[in-house]
Design a protein around this ligand. Structure first.
Ligand code: 5AD
Ligand code: SF4
Length: 449
């Protein structure tokens, strides 16, 4: 494609941070070729949907958006519609049969072929639908040649893709493929590049970061963290997600030893019942999980701990659910995400019985969130009267007199500073916490570092 030809593209992203990062890659591939962001669906030449298949609700959102686009396309038949991401991988060609408004489908591992696919589609052949399947050589196309235009103060960098764990409820191993780690040099270069453009906090992404490099015999995850810790002008490091079974002593030590590593870990437990954990194929027991939580708290007493829970997994009894509630009370999570179990055809648990009634699932979700809301308030209250280091990310959207940022423990803080204060963006500042709310803290600026 010649660079003087502008094509307007809208990329609609659903799902996790991994998808957000993939959308960023798409822009990095497409921008140098003259593609520009469309202001709206109406002005777009191409609409690309980066899809999520993790739960039924996530899929429903994509299909209702697609329904809207089908109507739009009736009036503008030249509009090109593409599907990528996890639903694309999972449903492939059948998507085109189901929704004829779709022009092309790109599986997750064919991401880097997007420019050539779009060219084919654009150059008139696009009424022959394009479908591109799984490619095994995704992992490290050299991103150094795709420029980073700008970056947020807090940004993502993927360190590995895929998952080998096969939890019984989960589609990820099927739609994202086997675990593959990026070489550490590429990761470090990308972070340095982003830091040169203004990023100050990086979140390292992977479905199971603890097993980084194991398959390829590369450096361990804790060694990678130590390397990232040395990057000049980078102020903070976060990572997500960790699998409890792979959380090792080295990583726990990193919380005590690496000054840039934030005091927060997302350690999804999914259930507090051993019976359910076994059926989920999580490969740890409640006792083992709790022992790791204790060790983490010993290494880093201020650590924030967050988690994911599934309620209503097939066979979950009231006793099993009570075990989840008691685990939540024991750990005192800072916050958590909870989901009603939903059947995914390709995941083994879709064949597990007995299913839990929808109403019971809904009630359990409400009950669980209620127990956690007390923990969240208690954990947030503990911050009152303390000074917390906050990385400033801008002015608060609700109240533009206030600045906003997050603590090392990942809590949102809105705070006031004297009017004469210089621009605080991207600085680490100390904030005195005066008030704790359900989802954020409030305070005032003590001093800048
Ligand atoms: N049903 C409900 N929740 C699910 N998750 C993954 N698969 C399912 C499913 N089939 C949740 C898990 C996971 C999070 C990303 O989504 O809690 O940690
Ligand atoms: Fe899914 Fe389990 Fe892999 Fe997480 S560890 S992505 S829940 S299979």
């Amino acid at each position: 494609m010649s660079t003087n030809q502008t094509r307007h593209i809208l990329i609609q992203t659903y799902g996790c941070q991994m998808n957000v990062y993939d959308t960023e890659i798409m822009w990095r591939l497409l921008h140098p070729l003259g593609y520009r962001a469309a202001a709206s669906e109406k002005t777009a030449d191409i609409i690309l949907i980066n899809t999520c298949a993790i739960r039924e609700k996530a899929e429903q959102k994509v299909f209702s958006f697609l329904g809207r686009l089908a109507l739009l396309k009736q009036n503008r038949p030249q509009l090109i519609i593409g599907i990528c991401g996890c639903i694309a991988q999972n449903q492939g060609k059948t998507l085109i049969q189901r929704s004829p408004c779709i022009d092309f489908v790109v599986g997750t591992h064919a991401l880097f072929q997007l420019p050539s696919i779009l060219d084919r589609v654009w150059n008139g052949q696009h009424r022959q639908k394009v479908y591109v399947d799984f490619e095994d050589h995704l992992i490290d196309v050299d991103l150094d040649h795709s420029p980073i235009m700008n970056t947020d103060i807090s940004g993502f960098v993927t360190i590995m893709r895929g998952c080998n764990n096969y939890c019984a409820y989960c589609v990820v191993p099927y739609v994202r493929g086997r675990e593959m780690s990026r070489p550490s040099d590429n990761i470090i270069n990308e972070i340095k590049h982003k830091v040169s453009k203004g990023m100050r906090e990086v979140t390292l992404l992977g479905q199971n970061v603890n097993s980084y490099g194991k398959r390829e015999g590369m450096v361990s995850f804790s060694a990678l963290l130590a390397e990232v810790n040395e990057i000049k002008d980078l102020l903070r490091i976060r990572f997500t997600t960790s699998h409890p079974k792979d959380l090792d002593m080295d990583l726990m030590d990193a919380f005590a030893n690496l000054e840039k590593l934030c005091a927060h870990i997302h350690l999804p437990v999914q259930s507090g019942s051993d019976q359910i954990l076994k059926r989920m194929n999580r490969k740890y027991t409640r006792k083992e999980y709790l022992a790791k939580i204790d060790r983490l708290k010993n290494k880093c007493p201020d650590i924030s701990i967050t988690s994911d829970f599934i309620v209503g997994f097939p066979g979950e009894t009231r006793e099993d659910f009570d075990d989840s509630l008691s685990l939540i009370r024991d750990v005192e999570y800072d916050s958590l995400f909870a989901f009603q179990y939903s059947d995914r055809d390709i995941a083994p648990a879709s064949q597990f019985f007995p299913k839990v009634d929808d109403k019971i699932k809904r009630d359990r979700l409400i009950e669980l969130l209620d127990v956690q809301s007390k923990n969240t308030l208690k954990r947030n209250d503990r911050c009152i009267g303390q000074c917390h280091s906050v990385l400033v990310e801008g002015k608060s959207k609700r109240d533009t007199d206030q600045w906003t940022g997050r603590t090392s423990g990942n809590k949102i803080v809105n705070f006031i500073a004297p009017e004469t204060t210089n621009n605080l963006n991207a600085f680490l500042v100390d904030v005195f916490i005066e008030e704790a709310c359900a989802h954020s803290l409030r305070g005032y600026l003590c001093h800048m570092k």
